[in-house]
Write a new protein. Structure first.
Length: 233
């Protein structure tokens, strides 16, 4: 089994590999780059983060970790493509799954904050396209879903999908941090809260990159909710 924290395990996994889809792991990135170059890997598609586009990504733990990985790959001899999603639609499972299933209620500090959540199937389509088709070397794709929605609207879409009324309750930032901290580590809580707060001050602008690169319209959040009804029932 390959372990990015143990470079000696990578050679066997990379043997005969031409392309690699990689998740950001700063602690093991230098070992991965060395092993990939030694194995003759030609192309790497990295699942990065839109946080690297922040004015000061080093102030954001999510942005910082992805900048480290992107920089290491850029310095390498590998062809690379960076996929930089904003808010994942699947984050809703971390935020709201338990309270929807158990209580039919969602508690949040910024119900009118707007995000443009991206469906994981669109990220997969982009990654596959970049891995198998030419023309994506040196590109960094900022990826969103097709529409800007308030968090309240996203909860409403989940309610429609599962045919259940879901109450939205406003809570303080401190209470929200405590709730999120039950399932997420502090850096993830910080990143989510920062993203929500930013969504109260600026509209999340959808990007057309899924259509441009993968050739189809990005899947809506309503579609995502319909695809995940069993997770919320």
């Amino acid at each position: 089994m390959a372990d990015l924290d143990r470079p000696e395990t990578l050679s066997a996994a990379l043997e005969d590999a031409d392309s690699v889809f990689l998740y950001a792991r700063p602690d093991g990135i230098d070992g991965f780059v060395a092993a990939a170059e030694s194995a003759g890997v030609k192309r790497v598609v990295l699942l990065s983060s839109g946080a690297v586009l922040d004015e000061d990504p080093d102030s954001n733990p999510i942005g910082r970790m992805h900048v480290i990985v992107e920089s290491a790959i850029e310095r390498s001899n590998l062809e690379w493509t960076f996929i930089r999603p904003g808010m994942f639609a699947t984050n809703a499972l971390w935020w709201w799954q338990r309270s929807i299933r158990e209580e039919g209620t969602v508690r949040m500090p910024y119900p009118e904050a707007r995000t443009a959540p991206v469906h994981e199937q669109d990220l997969a389509a982009l990654a596959v396209t970049a891995l198998i088709e030419p023309g994506h070397h040196g590109h960094a794709y900022a990826v969103t879903g097709p529409e800007s929605l308030t968090l309240r609207q996203q909860v409403r879409h989940i309610g429609v999908a599962i045919d259940r009324d879901i109450a939205v309750e406003s809570i303080s930032v401190e209470e929200a941090r405590t709730e999120l901290g039950r399932t997420l580590p502090p850096p993830a809580v910080d990143a989510i809260m920062a993203g929500w707060e930013a969504g109260t001050m600026a509209v999340a602008e959808p990007t057309p990159i899924t259509r441009v690169v993968a050739g189809h319209r990005a899947r809506t959040f309503a579609r995502w909710a319909a695809d995940h009804v069993d997770d919320f029932r």
